[in-house]
Structure formats: C-alpha cells, structure tokens
Design a protein around this ligand. Structure first.
Ligand code: ATP
Ligand code: MG
Length: 572
C-alpha cells in the first residue's frame, strides 16, 4: 500500500486533508456553542447572546458543510485519479509483457487485477481521505470538548466505549475472512461465466449445458451464503451503535438530571455532552470500519504491485537495426534451443538454419513439434535459452524491440481481429497505408469479394471477427500482415482454413508481390510447402529434415510419412 500511497498527488491530497480538518473542527465546536447558547442565552433569556451564539453556530455549520463538500470533491479527484492511473499503468505494463509473463499471470487474473483490485484500492484511498482523519479526531476531540464541559459525565460514558470497540472488532474479525472468500468466489464465478460465454459452442455440442449450469449454481449458492453471513453480521453494527447511543443519552440525561437538580450543572452543558457522545460513538464506528477494510485494500495493492513490478524477461535491445547496403537480408539461427518454464524437455533443440531475402522457408511437422515456438522466437515473444538468432549478422536481442517489430510481419496461428471496421483492422498493419494499398493487400489475400459484400473497407468487424467465417478471418489476417511493409513475413499455419485453390493462388501471388522479403511459412499441407526454397522438418522439437521438396521426398522418412498420410486423405 505504501508504494501506492506514494503515487498520490501531494497538493490535491493536502487540500483534501486540510478541508477535512476544517470540517472536523467545526463539527467538534458546534456542541460547545449549543451548550453556551442554552446556558447563557436561553436559560437567562438573554436575546443578544441567543442571536450572537446562533449566528456563530450557523457560521460554523456552513464552514463545516463547505469543508465537507470541498473534501469530498478532492478526495474523489485523488482516489479516482489514482484508479485511472493504476489502470493505465497496468495496461501499459501488460502490453509490454512477453508471452512468458502472460503465461505466469494468466489473462483472467490480469483482468481481475485491473478492475476489481484497482477498485478496492481506490475505495480504500477515498475512504481514508474522508474518514481516516475524521474518526480519530471525532473520538479524541469529542472526549476533550465533552470533558471541558463536564468531566464527570464524560468519564461516565467514555468508560463504555471499550465495549463498542470490542464488539466492532469482533464483527470485523468475523466478516473479514468472509469477504476474502467472497472475493475469490467472485473470481471463480467470473471464470465459469466467461467459459460459458466463450465456450458456448462446445457446451452445446457436447450437451454440457446442465453440467455447466450446475457448476455455476454450486459456486453461486456458496457465494450467496457467504454474502448473507457477512452482511448479517455487518448489519448488526448500525443498530448496535444506535442502541449504544440511546443508552449513552439515557445515562447522561439521568446522571445530568441529578446534577442539574442539585445545581451542579446547567441544562445546556448536559445537551452539549449528549451531542459529543454521539460524535464519539460515530468516530468509533467509522474508525473500526476504515481500519477493517485496510487489510482487504492491502491484498489488492499487493496484487497490483506484483504486476507493475514484474521485470520483463525480454530485455529491450538498444541498437537500431542496421540496413544492409546490398538490400539483401539474411536471417540465421545458430544452434537455437528453447524450453518453456517448468517444462522438462526442450521445445526446440539446436535448430540451425539460414534464409535470405526473396526466399521462402517452410516449416512442417506434426502438432506439438515446435513450429509455433520457433515463430514466437523469431517474433521475440520469447528469447532462446541457448544459441543465437541473427539478422544481417546482428543479434536480434540487441535490436530495439520496436525496431525489430517494424521488420517483422506476423500472422499468428490463432486469428485475432478487433471490434471495429475492416479498415481499422487492416491499418493495424500500417497506420499510414492508403485505401489503394489496403485493397492491394486484400487482393493479395484473395479477400476482395467478401469484403465488398460486407460493405467495403467500412464494413463492420465484430468482436473476434465473429461475423466472418474461419477462412474469411484468416484472409483478413493475411491482408493485415501484407499491409505492413516488412523484411520478414511469418505465417503460422495461416493457410489451413483455406481451400486448396485459394491457398495455391495466394502462394503464387506472394512470390511476385513479396519477392524481396523473407517468407517463413508454417504449414500442414505438402502442397503449401512444396515450392519453398527451403523446407525445415520438425519432430518433437528436433530438426529432422532440411532441404527442398524433391530431396526430402526421396530421403527423409518423416517427410515421406507426411506425404503418405496426405495422399491417403486425398484418395479417400
Ligand atoms: N505456453 C506454453 N507453455 C508450456 N509449454 C508450451 C507452451 N506452448 C507450447 N508448449 C509446448 O511446446 C511444444 C511445442 O508447441 P508448439 O505450439 O510450438 O507446437 P506446434 O508445432 O506449433 O503445434 P501445432 O501444429 O499444433 O500448432 C508442445 O509440446 C507444447 O505442449
Ligand atoms: Mg502451432
């Protein structure tokens, strides 16, 4: 929490605190004025005093009201400002994460941290700025002023405040763990709900509606039970405090009446003490409430700091990428090995290869053989464990990431489109592209027909491209990659959802239009990789074949197996 508090803007926070003090002191002085008004004005019927004290009271009431308003405004400004700042910082941090950090936190947890946890911290800061100072002052100030009015009465009811403190403390000790549990249940509920939404097709297809519903119902019921328990305990607090206030008033009045009878006290004094008693009890209640919510806020603050302080394992390189004079680029992998965190075996083992401008490198291999992993290394989502990847003889880890990403255009295995228009989605590839260039890219991706049918570049794209078929989505993602003018194009299984004819057509056109670039194509079909200048055959992370189609078809057992399996399918 300390680190978060450091983020608060000093001046605004100081203003909020200052006006809180103004409000509190005015509030605290009012009962004393009431006592004076009654004792010196009402009882002896002195009109001047009544008017004088009356105006003074009005003045303090207005000051208190104004102070409260200004405090509320600045407290909100500080806390919501902090919330906004935290969300922004989290978002910025998360977008800078490499795949490794994403794997570590998981997307659901990052979302909860960015919403729920930020709100917790924000509420705690707001509450702190409003009440944390107010409550102790009410308590201490109230006792002080009441004592000045009547030491004996004050002593009588202050002696019962420990009871209230203990009861409040017991209630919060009971409810706090419940709140903690509830928080975790909410995470769980969100997860099931999210799965229900995103996996709706699978759930329908496997007739799992009833199971999903029961799973949700079970969590929901236990959440509801927790909520009822904690809220019942919590709602006991207010009536309890009211009861204590009434008891205090009765006690003070009873004791006070005796003192007034014997002429030891004036009636106004007693009324003043009654008001202070109410303020003191309020102070106690607020104080316990704020103090009890600190641990919850602290847990959230910790979860937020965890993300903000995570060091990105991918260190940004400092140098710019050196453009080759001859304009021919080369990409070399030298004994590259990589393993995922926690995995026992390498996902890639000693891969060495080279590819130059104009060439197409195809990567083929069974599922799980490490194709996507290799693409991720080239896009620098991960760094190799061993070995080096060099572009024009420069280590890619030395090149600044933004510079490197300018050189690389990627079509990831899982198609990702954003909510918006087709134009907006394509411009992600290159902000400065003209409409003509966008249409060229669409033509290259064989996407012109259906884009025109969807209303052209202004056609709508729903979340995740929901209004397009699998093959259409794939072609839009291809077009987006083509819009970027890159030195290296990475296609991770980007042709699998296309029919053979479209696939062949795109391959042919790519040869012409991207003739200067390095093209790296991950594919399942022999027909897609057949014409590549170089083919890498992967099996369980190992490089088991390297060459051109004809050679591999002659000599490579794994490659032959792939050919055979596909001939069978075509024959079938
Ligand atoms: N984020 C990850 N964390 C841990 N292991 C992973 C991760 N991603 C992939 N792996 C493992 O690494 C190996 C290679 O996976 P990879 O995704 O590179 O395969 P692939 O060749 O692209 O397969 P496919 O053809 O199915 O896309 C697999 O054994 C997989 O289980
Ligand atoms: Mg893959």
């Amino acid at each position: 929490m300390k680190k978060i508090i450091k983020r608060l803007p000093k001046a605004t926070t100081a203003i909020a605190v200052l006006f809180l003090l103004v409000q509190t002191f005015s509030d605290l002085y009012l009962p004393t004025l009431t006592a004076q008004l009654i004792n010196q004005g009402v009882v002896p019927n002195d009109q001047t005093i009544i008017w004088q004290k009356g105006f003074l009271m009005l003045g303090f009431a207005i000051i208190s009201f104004g102070g409260a308003l200004i405090n509320i405004y600045f407290a909100a400004k500080v806390s919501y400002g902090l919330g906004g700042e935290l969300r922004e910082a989290l978002f910025k941090k998360v977008t800078s994460f490499s795949q490794k950090e994403m794997d570590r936190f998981g997307s659901s947890s990052l979302i909860t941290r960015n919403t729920n946890d930020v709100t917790q911290v924000q509420n705690l800061v707001e509450m702190g700025l409003k009440f944390l100072i107010l409550a102790p002052l009410y308590l201490v100030g109230g006792i002080y002023f009441a004592y000045r009015l009547s030491p004996s009465l004050t002593m009588a009811f202050v002696s019962v405040t420990p009871i209230i403190l203990i009861v409040c403390w017991l209630i919060f000790r009971y409810t706090n763990p419940l709140f903690d549990k509830m928080q975790r249940k909410i995470d769980q509920l969100n997860l099931i709900f999210k799965e229900g939404l995103t996996g709706i097709k699978v759930i329908h297809a496997f007739n799992k509606e009833q199971e999903e519903y029961q799973r949700y119902q079970k969590e929901n019921e236990s959440y509801t039970k927790l909520a009822i328990r904690s809220n019942t305990a919590f709602s006991f607090l207010m009536p309890f405090i009211t009861l204590m206030m009434s008891l205090a008033t009765i006690a003070i009045t009873w004791l006070g009446a005796g003192l007034i009878d014997t002429g030891q006290m004036e009636i106004g004094t007693m009324m003043g003490v009654v008001s202070y008693a109410a303020q003191i009890l309020m102070g106690v209640a607020i104080l316990t409430m704020v103090l009890s919510s600190i641990p919850r806020g602290q847990i959230s603050a910790k979860r937020i700091n965890n993300v903000l302080e995570t060091e990105n394992v991918i260190q940004d390189g400092s140098s710019d990428f050196a453009e080759h004079e001859s304009k021919t680029n080369s990409l070399i992998l030298d004994q590259v090995s990589f393993s995922y965190d926690g995995a026992e075996e390498d996902a890639l083992e000693r891969i060495s290869l080279s590819v130059r401008s104009g060439e197409t490198l195809a990567i083929i291999g069974s599922t799980g053989s490490g194709k996507t992993t290799l693409v991720n290394l080239l896009d620098r989502l991960y760094d190799p464990r061993k070995g080096s990847i060099r572009f024009n003889e420069q280590e890619i880890s030395q090149i600044s990431q933004s510079n490197w990403h300018e050189q690389v255009s990627l079509v990831p295995q899982v198609n990702q489109l954003f909510f918006g228009t087709i134009r907006e989605n394509l411009l992600v590839g290159n902000q400065r592209a003209t409409d003509d260039e966008l249409w060229d890219a669409l033509a290259l991706a064989q996407a012109v027909d259906f884009v025109q049918a969807q209303g052209g570049l202004d056609g709508a794209v729903e979340k995740n491209g929901g209004n397009f078929s699998g093959g259409q989505k794939q072609r839009l993602c291809l077009a987006r990659a083509f819009v970027k003018n890159a030195a290296i194009y990475l296609f991770d299984d980007s042709f699998s959802a296309l029919d053979f004819k479209t696939d062949a057509m795109i391959q042919k056109k790519m040869k012409v239009h991207l003739n200067q670039a390095i093209k790296i194509i991950v594919a399942q079909r022999i027909t897609t990789v057949k014409n590549a200048a170089k083919i890498l055959v992967l099996n369980e992370g190992q490089m088991v074949g390297w060459g051109i189609h004809e050679e591999l078809a002659e000599t490579n057992a794994v490659y032959q197996e792939i050919i055979l399996s596909q001939e069978d399918k075509e024959a079938a």
